[in-house]
Structure formats: structure tokens, C-alpha cells
Design a protein around this ligand. Structure first.
Ligand code: PLP
Length: 374
């Protein structure tokens, strides 16, 4: 049996190798490594895929979030509402810009920010909400957009884990808020072969500003209007992404099939909650994360590891309990659901390249663990 991995990028590459190798050679032959035609083509192809007016490619997903926040002209000490139950990048950029992250609770079943808890966190200094479409499923954007509209707040979607996720009305995550941010880190659902990211928006004004910020605040060559940064997607990554974007819906379908297998099995196991599928979006399963109630998580992790099955805790420490935010006093935030989930979640391998033998093997081992540890 082929070795089981959290993400199998080698098998995936083998299937698109001729196309990818040709595209990379093409870039090498033209030596247009930065801002070449591949970047422009990828940009417009992603705009049509997402149904959004502007895509601004950049160096990574963290930069995308940073540039988005920089474009809002916020003042030091302004507050940004975000979940604590997320990857650190979401919250780190807020603090990096001298803003204050205000951590809001997530819903226990969807792992995404709980809209009913947002209102109470809003103060006079609140300027934006950054929902995260965690593990590949959309946050409740309808409710979030309603609150933002009522209270005059910006919404920046962290779409790094959910690119390709459609809402019930057909719109895509990342294209709903004022700005959407995504990452093309290799293991993401649309991953390149290095670092990459993108920002999207339907606002001409924000797009122009973010393009400028990502390019040293330059309005025309060697004229710099604002302090910006240097954040670019390179042409080799864009060439790879163009090929993988054409496969993205199939990749998502392959992930969903794996999730269906896990779901069907877990339905028979008491004390394990499979990931909820909300009614308003179609999960793209960046991660398959279950909640263990009454089973020892470390024991499961060790049992699986012993049988060459990887599993991961995303994430072992929530943002509000990270040392980097100690000066905000975030540690005293009352986020019981976040803390509860942090102690109980565990993610199983999920990717686009599973074969039946591997899935059978994972499931029979899970069965053995759950039988023996009842
Ligand atoms: C991966 C990720 C990011 C950051 O992306 P990078 O490309 O690694 O900088 C931000 N937010 C979330 C939720 C992520 O999963």
C-alpha cells in the first residue's frame, strides 16, 4: 500500500507532470519571472472562477491579509473582530499593524465565528470583522454581512482554507465581503509549488489601493504615494496555479468523496462528532476534523501513528492563549467553545489522491481503536 500522508502532493503532481513541466520550462525560456504573462493570465482566470471583479496576486496568504487591512486606513488601537479558533496568521497581522484583535467565539458544530456573539464585541473602535472559513466551510456570511452593514464595518474574509467553496446562491467565499484573502501554500486546496497568495475585491477603489500597497505604494514608476510592501506572486507559481485551477473543482470533489467515507463510518461511532455540513455552503474539506467526546485524543494520535497513519491537531493553542497576545490580556477572554474544541479536535488525512485500499486501512484502524477504547 502507498504510504498514507496528510496531503499527497507527489501523487497529485505525477498526474499533471507533463503539463506542469512544460509550463515551468515555458517560464524559464522567457525569463519573465516577475509580473509575466502567466501572472496576468492566472489573475484573470481566478477572477472569472471566483466571479469577482479584481484579483491581486501576492506573495502569500499572510501578506494578503496584511495588505487588505492596510488598505482600510485604520488607526493604531482600532479593533478588528476575529475568531481565536484559527491559524495564527489571521490574528497576527492585526497586531502587526498596531490594531487590536478582539476574539469572538466560534460555533461548536461549524468551527466558524458565531454571528450571534459579534454584536457584544463591537465597540466605538471596531472597524472590521475577519471571519475565517475554517477547514473549508463558509462562515455564516449572510448574518455577518448584515451585522457589518448595520454597524458600518468592513468584512475581510480569510478564505485560505476554503477556495472553491460555493454558497447556496452560487457566490463563492472570498467574493462576498469587502475583501477576500487566500493562500496558495502547497497543501491548500489550490496550492502552488512554493509560496503564493491572492486578494480579491469587487471595489475598484480598494483594488487600486491594494495593488499600490503590494507594490511599494507606487502609483507610477518610482513615485511612491503610501508606505506599502513588496508582495508578488512569481510567474512559475502562477503557471502551476493556472493548471491546478482548472482541476480545482475535481480536486474538491475528490476531497468530498473521502469526507463521505469518513462520515458514513463515524455515523456508527458514538462519542465522535463528524464535521457538520452547514445548509448555506458546500464544504470543500481542506481538513476533515472530528470532535472526540469520551475518547483520549493523544491515545488515538499515537495509535494511528503506530500504524503509519498521520493525524493532526489544528490548532493545539487558540490565538487568545498565545504568548504573542499576552499584552492584550486576551488570555482572560471568555471563549469556552474555543477552549472546548481546542481540547477535542483531531484531523484525519484528506487529499485528492486516496485509493480505496488506503481508506479501508484508515477506517479499519479507527474502528479497532474505537472498539478497544469504548
Ligand atoms: C494558510 C493560512 C493562512 C496563511 O497563508 P500563508 O500563505 O501560509 O501565509 C492564513 N489563514 C489561514 C486560515 C490559513 O489556513
Amino acid at each position: 500500500m502507498k504510504k498514507i500522508q496528510m496531503v499527497d502532493l507527489i501523487s497529485q503532481y505525477e498526474k499533471i507532470k507533463p503539463e506542469v513541466d512544460r509550463a515551468i520550462s515555458g517560464v524559464l525560456e522567457t525569463a519573465q519571472f516577475i509580473n509575466g504573462p502567466e501572472v496576468r493570465s492566472f489573475q484573470s482566470e481566478l477572477e472569472s472562477y471566483l466571479g469577482v471583479k479584481h484579483v491581486i496576486p501576492c506573495a502569500n496568504g499572510t501578506d494578503a491579509l496584511q495588505i487588505a487591512l492596510m488598505a482600510l486606513d485604520l488607526k493604531p488601537g482600532d479593533e478588528v473582530i476575529t475568531p481565536s479558533f484559527t491559524y495564527i496568521a489571521t490574528t497576527e497581522v492585526i497586531a502587526l499593524l498596531g490594531l487590536k484583535p478582539v476574539f469572538v467565539e466560534v460555533e461548536q458544530d461549524t468551527f466558524c465565528i458565531d454571528p450571534s456573539k459579534i454584536e457584544a464585541a463591537i465597540t466605538e473602535r471596531t472597524k472590521a470583522i475577519v471571519p475565517v472559513h475554517l477547514y473549508g466551510q463558509a462562515a455564516n456570511m449572510k448574518e455577518i454581512m448584515k451585522i457589518a452593514k448595520d454597524r458600518g464595518l468592513y468584512v475581510i474574509e480569510d478564505n485560505a482554507q476554503a477556495i472553491g467553496c460555493r454558497m447556496e446562491d452560487g457566490t463563492m467565499t472570498g467574493a462576498i465581503g469587502d475583501i477576500g484573502c487566500t493562500s496558495f501554500f502547497p497543501s491548500k486546496n489550490l496550492g502552488c509549488y512554493g509560496d503564493g497568495g491572492a486578494i480579491c475585491t469587487n471595489s475598484d477603489e480598494l483594488a487600486e489601493k491594494m495593488r499600490m500597497i503590494a507594490n511599494h505604494g507606487q502609483s507610477k514608476r518610482y513615485y511612491h504615494d503610501v508606505v506599502g510592501c513588496n508582495s508578488r506572486l512569481d510567474s512559475i507559481q502562477a503557471a502551476v496555479l493556472r493548471i491546478k485551477l482548472r482541476q480545482l473543482d475535481d480536486y474538491i470533489e475528490a476531497r468530498r468523496k473521502v469526507a463521505d467515507r469518513y462520515d458514513a463510518f463515524l455515523a456508527t461511532i458514538e462519542g465522535v462528532q463528524s464535521p457538520a455540513r452547514n445548509s448555506y455552503s458546500k464544504h470543500v474539506f481542506h481538513q476533515y476534523t472530528m470532535i472526540l467526546e469520551g475518547y483520549d485524543r493523544d491515545a488515538l494520535n499515537a495509535f494511528l501513528a503506530d500504524r503509519d497513519i498521520p493525524s493532526m491537531i489544528y490548532y493545539p493553542v487558540p490565538a487568545h492563549r498565545q504568548k504573542m497576545f499576552a499584552h492584550f490580556g486576551s488570555d482572560s477572554a471568555d471563549l469556552p467553545v474555543t477552549d472546548w474544541l481546542t481540547e477535542r479536535v483531531i484531523s484525519l488525512p484528506i487529499h485528492t489522491e486516496f485509493d480505496e485500499e488506503q481508506l479501508d486501512y484508515i477506517i479499519s484502524n479507527l474502528q479497532e481503536f474505537f472498539n478497544n477504547n469504548k
